[in-house]
Design a protein around this ligand. Structure first.
Ligand code: SOE
Length: 387
């Protein structure tokens, strides 16, 4: 079986999720091309060495620039913090490497367009990490919409609720600093909802939003890993420069209306990522905390049994499900990443771009920025105003 040789930059939360996906893929998808876990790269020598052993990479390095020049690397996986995506992705494209980049593609729309342009000029494959598309229950919702089973779509309503910032003593982690993260709950969580809307409903034409940073200063942190950070409190406080919560309304090209809410202040919600879609012939509801299920409602069900029913998307009729366990045996968060890598590997064999790719990353960034602009100007913004 042919291999795709991977060099991965980043080794924290997403680095672990991607490594796990590369490792498990051949066990369950033996007929796909194989990711070959060659080199993992990170800034801290001790930590990256540890990650290499723990995750199963052949080698490690602290120098991404030399990694890009290696002839024995086909694809660069970028899951380091968002502020370094642009430099690494453009350099990777220029070195002729295929690229898999975590969301958000970049800190700004302009930067994300530059990355897309570099990848297109270099004619390399490019994929962006919107993993939630790859839950079989979400793919079932997509199928029902595409087949017209929900009829004309009226509403898309989505919410991504976390609560890890409710504690005012939670330190000023990188995700709370605009120059590193680009955006707060909006870019981190809202980006997933926007991508989901693009995938399921289609293009957004105009938006209006509001946001808030509830806690404006936090203790400067001494140590950060993944989502967690610690602070001794000795270094004082620093300003939070991103949104804690962003809400917006949207109009879609096909006439549907959308509402979006992302927050890190939804007390009690560790990571509730949900959407509901209402159409003329039916509705669906998805909740990532029950990711194997899709609730469906059809108006043409017999009147006396009408109501939402729970479909478990673990049957051979459901995307990816046959590769896993017998029907009824559920899968989890990490499997969405494996499905993502299956798509990436298939794009090589089928000689096409993977989906979602950097074009989807740019589209998402365009909505993120339109919402920010609408908040700044306190008015509706047409997406075409950002062209
Ligand atoms: C943290 O808020 C986070 O891990 C995001 O960065 C991810 O993209 C999302 O999937 C879950 O929450």
């Amino acid at each position: 079986m042919e291999n795709i040789k991977i060099g991965m930059v980043g080794y924290k939360f997403m680095g672990k999720a991607h490594s796990h996906a590369y490792r498990d893929l051949p066990l369950f998808f033996p007929d796909t091309l194989r990711p070959h876990m060659k080199v993992i790269c990170g800034r801290n020598q001790n930590d990256v060495a540890k990650a290499a052993t723990q995750f199963g990479w052949e080698e490690y390095t602290t120098d991404w620039k030399t990694l890009l020049q290696r002839e024995d690397i086909d694809l660069i996986d970028i899951n380091a913090p968002s502020d370094v995506h642009k430099e690494i992705a453009i350099a990777a494209a220029q070195a002729g490497k295929h690229i898999f980049c975590e969301k958000p593609l970049a800190l700004t729309l302009r930067d994300s367009r530059d990355i897309l342009e570099a990848a297109e000029i270099a004619r390399v494959k490019h994929m962006i990490g919107f993993n939630y598309r790859f839950a079989p229950a979400v793919m079932l919702a997509k199928k029902l919409i595409d087949e017209g089973r929900l009829g004309k779509i009226y509403h898309f309503r989505a919410w991504f609720l976390q609560d890890w910032l409710v504690d005012p003593n939670f330190p000023l982690a990188w995700r709370l600093q605009k120059e590193i993260a680009g955006s707060g709950s909006h870019g981190d969580l809202g980006a997933h909802l926007i991508d989901m809307a693009h995938y399921l409903i289609g293009n957004i034409t105009e938006v209006i939003g509001m946001n808030e940073t509830f806690i404006k200063e936090r203790p400067i942190s001494d140590n950060m890993t993944g989502l967690s950070a610690t602070s001794s409190g000795h270094r004082g406080k620093g300003p939070v420069t991103v949104d804690d919560s962003t809400l917006f309304l949207a109009r879609f090209e096909n006439g549907a209306l959308g509402s979006f809410e992302s927050t890190r202040f939804a007390t009690g919600h560790r990571s509730t990522n949900s959407f509901e879609i209402n159409g003329s012939k039916g509705s669906v509801i998805f909740d990532f905390e029950r990711l194997n299920e899709l609730q469906v409602y059809f108006t043409d069900d017999r009147e006396d049994v009408q109501g939402f029913r729970r479909v478990l998307a673990t049957d051979p009729a459901h995307a990816f499900a046959e590769a896993w366990w017998p029907p009824g045996h559920t899968i989890g968060y990490e499997h969405t990443f494996i499905h993502e890598i299956v798509e990436l590997m298939n794009s090589f064999r089928e000689n096409r771009q993977p989906i979602p790719n950097f074009k989807d990353g740019v589209k998402c960034q365009q909505v993120l920025e339109a919402v920010d602009l609408s908040i700044e100007n306190r008015q509706w913004i047409h997406l075409s105003d950002l062209d």
